[in-house]
Design a protein around this ligand. Structure first.
Ligand SMILES: [Zn+2]
Length: 495
């Protein structure tokens, strides 16, 4: 490990920090040595902190400006009782299972915040960082009225010895519940935690939304009130729209229609206000699809039926390039996705299923590409072989197969020969699959090529993936992935 760290740092001379932490799983080491250290330290953080300290010691002389980050997170959240943080080691405390509707120092988070305070007490002389969260990772687009909590948290951490704070919000969508306001206010508070939250919020809202601001503020206030009345309590990885009701959605929609009306002659502010409306429209469609509400009865819109509300949402998804929608609040997500696909006039029917971008998992940017089926493509740099675009087919496909599977990909390359990418289907249960190697010759250029992945029975354990061929960028610049799609075998519709 020390050799790996040395290599990484020698190749990245500008790096100031290197995080040493286990991946996001609960699979801690069960060996006798680690178990003994854990007992000695009273926490699973013991072995991890000692490990980080050893690496810190090993690199201190050669890389005096580099700090090692050791997390306090997950199963190793509780402080190590015996070992102290090394001189060039920073603890980053992750507020991952905090109730996100309650401030860090509230009663609801008492136990967790005590763990932060005791870490700090045990390691008073070291730098100490916080990793806090400000998004619903299970369903980014849902209304999430915890606006003020982040202010209380930043102030609390700063007053209690945090020397660095990172707030992780939604990095994917522009339409997440007041995401611009959150980013602006959070940035200001991180510069100066003593600033007044309400003053910052009001300044942003009136500057950014103009005359629509009072209606939007009223909407935010109403949602805060609904959530408080229901005492909503959920942590990272959970989601909930229980604080909303059909009456609340209708009342809120009416407020937002008024907001839109005040800025109808100002295209910039109008677009911003329309974007602010998306989470509520999303909530409305979810309530409608799940049979809890009829969109036609919702004030503020003139929908004749649920399909019109869904079509409106689909239109906005496309217009504002909303790419990361989990649909996890909706009971019948397959139905909503199907209706969205239909509304977008994609070639989707009961015989054709395709991965829409917001359902694929990716670790790479989505870029505009007019040749792609929906004008967007995943762009993977050519110098990796990671499965950076993956798609897990929905469960209902398992009852209706077999499916003939395809991938639409292309690449930008200087090279004319050799491999460009691999695409395939991998069964995570049986650890087997089908891989198709695709040559540069086949997919080079601006047009997408359809790669035949063969005929398969599908289920959510069979993951579609695409990966570049790991070549130098001057040979293979970018592999673009448009979509995976499946045609029901024996149906043979025309595409
Ligand atoms: Zn071990």
């Amino acid at each position: 490990m020390i050799e790996v760290v040395d290599k990484l740092l020698s190749e990245n001379r500008n790096a100031n920090y290197l995080a040493i932490c286990p991946m996001d799983t609960n699979g801690k080491c069960l060996c006798h040595e680690c178990a003994a250290v854990e007992t000695e330290e009273g926490s699973a953080a013991g072995p991890i902190l000692r490990f980080a300290n050893r690496i810190g010691e090993a690199i201190a002389q050669k890389y005096p400006d580099v700090k090692i980050l050791a997390f306090a997170y997950s199963y190793y959240q509780e402080p190590a009782q015996k070992t102290r943080c090394g001189e060039n080691v920073i603890i980053q405390f992750c507020a991952s299972d905090f109730s996100m509707f309650h401030a860090a120092n509230s009663n609801e988070n008492k136990e967790r915040i005590n763990s932060f305070l005791s870490w700090r007490k045990l390691n008073p002389s070291t730098s100490f960082w916080i990793w806090d969260y400000n998004a619903v990772f299970k369903d980014y687009l849902q209304p999430f009225p915890n606006y003020k909590v982040v202010d209380e948290n930043i102030k609390f951490y700063a007053q209690n010895g945090a020397t660095g704070i990172m707030i992780q919000g939604d990095g994917y969508n522009t339409a997440t519940d007041f995401v611009s306001m959150r980013a602006w206010v959070i940035a200001h508070l991180l510069w100066n935690p003593e600033l007044n939250y309400d003053a910052l919020k009001n300044e942003f809202m009136s500057g950014y939304y103009g005359k629509a601001a009072p209606f939007l503020q009223e909407y935010m206030h109403m949602n805060e009130k609904y959530a408080m009345d229901k005492n909503i309590n959920f942590s990272l990885g959970k989601k909930s729209m229980d604080f909303l009701s059909p009456e609340a959605i209708s009342r809120d929609s009416e407020l937002l229609a008024k907001a839109v009306d005040t800025v109808k002659d100002d295209p910039v502010k109008l677009a911003r206000t329309e974007i602010a409306r998306i989470p509520l429209l999303y909530a409305l469609t979810i309530f409608a699809v799940d049979g809890k509400m009829n969109a036609a009865s919702c004030k503020g819109w003139n929908f004749k039926n649920n399909a019109e509300a869904i079509a409106e949402l689909a239109k906005r998804f496309k217009e504002y390039k909303i790419i990361n929608v989990e649909f996890s609040n909706v009971a019948d997500s397959a139905r909503l996705i199907q209706m969205l696909s239909a509304a977008e006039a994609r070639p989707a029917n009961q015989n054709i299923h395709q991965s829409i971008k917001n359902k694929a998992t990716s670790y790479v940017p989505i870029v505009n590409d007019k040749e792609a089926s929906d004008g967007l493509a995943f762009a993977i740099p050519g110098n990796t072989k990671e499965w950076f675009v993956q798609y897990r087919p929905p469960a209902e496909l398992s009852q209706s197969g077999p499916w003939h599977c395809y991938a639409d990909i292309r690449c930008d390359a200087e090279a004319d020969n050799g491999e460009a990418a691999t695409v395939g289907i991998y069964d995570i249960q049986t650890k087997s699959g089908k891989t198709v190697s695709v040559s540069v010759k086949t997919i080079k250029g601006t047009k997408y090529k359809t790669i035949d992945l063969g005929i398969h029975e599908l289920n959510p354990d069979k993951i579609f993936y695409a990966a570049p061929a790991n070549r130098p960028l001057n040979q293979l610049k970018t592999v673009y992935v448009d979509r995976f799609f499946m045609v029901k075998e024996n149906a043979k519709p025309s595409l």
